[in-house]
Design a protein around this ligand. Structure first.
Ligand SMILES: [Zn+2]
Length: 262
């Protein structure tokens, strides 16, 4: 069987034809499991067709640690392929329209180094915030990340403070910040901008948390509750405002923007 044509759903275990899943917005037609989707696909699902004006697509890390692992090095891994500019980093940002409402949008791309946050993610995020302040636009962020990018060490961790400070400026300017948590939203992203939304939306069953369950269990030595770190658990405990099905995300964002008068 040729590879890549079929995939197995991790929840209902059905074998699915990949094209059918793609045409269904990356959702399992049998059990509604939301598969991870890349940043470019996510952007095209969300915005009004042809309305996305990207900012900083050519931003690239300067590899501050000259990081290598095994026979690989970070510098080669992040080399920009001009044909795949938008997909070459862990975030795409730009101005767009969602159901006719103007927004600044930042979308994380898990396919690029696990959606990890380094200097480029931080910089695109802050440029998007500045534009949102200048043009009085709502700011919508789709989170999907394994955390801070270890290849950039402390510079990556610094992005947590940088993005949070930008959001504090945005808050002072009375902006509306909608944060959408998708599977997975973890580590340094969960501990900074992901959780600072005026409204926090999550996709069904998304994994959301800081450290993984095994690390927590070994550290605090207690049994973790059922469903710990899922979107549903966090909704019940007040960390998430609503869970929205991927097919309703566009209309829900539009509704929230209207409701908040932005
Ligand atoms: Zn399924």
């Amino acid at each position: 069987m040729p590879g890549g044509l079929w995939l197995s759903c991790p929840f209902c275990k059905n074998m699915l034809y990949k094209k059918t899943v793609d045409e269904n917005m990356g959702i399992c037609p049998e059990c509604e499991h939301h598969f991870r989707i890349d940043g470019v696909t996510r952007t095209s699902q969300l915005v009004d067709e042809g309305s996305f004006e990207e900012i900083g697509p050519d931003l690239a890390s300067n590899d501050p640690l000259k990081f290598t692992w095994g026979d690989k090095n970070y510098k080669d891994r992040i080399k920009v392929d001009p044909a795949q500019m938008s997909a070459h980093e862990a975030m795409l940002a730009g101005k767009a329209f969602i159901r006719g409402r103007g927004v600044m949008l930042a979308v994380m791309n898990f396919d690029f180094l696990g959606g990890s946050m380094g200097m480029v993610v931080g910089e695109k995020f802050c440029q998007a915030v500045d534009r949102a302040i200048e043009e009085s636009l709502p700011f919508v962020v789709i989170c999907c990340s394994g955390g801070a990018r270890m290849h950039e060490g402390l510079v990556a961790l610094q992005q947590m403070a940088k993005t949070s400070a930008a959001l504090a400026r945005y808050d002072e300017a009375k902006g509306l910040y909608i944060s959408v948590l998708t599977d997975p939203t973890t580590g340094g992203v969960a501990a900074s901008f992901a959780m600072l939304g005026d409204v926090i939306i999550a996709e069904p069953k998304a994994l959301i948390g800081f450290a993984g369950p095994r690390v927590i269990q070994q550290t605090i030595k207690i049994e973790l509750p059922e469903g710990f770190q899922t979107a549903e658990f966090l909704l019940e405990h007040g960390f998430v405002d609503m869970i929205v099905h991927r097919k309703k995300l566009r209309s829900e964002i539009g509704r929230l923007i209207d409701y908040c008068g932005k």
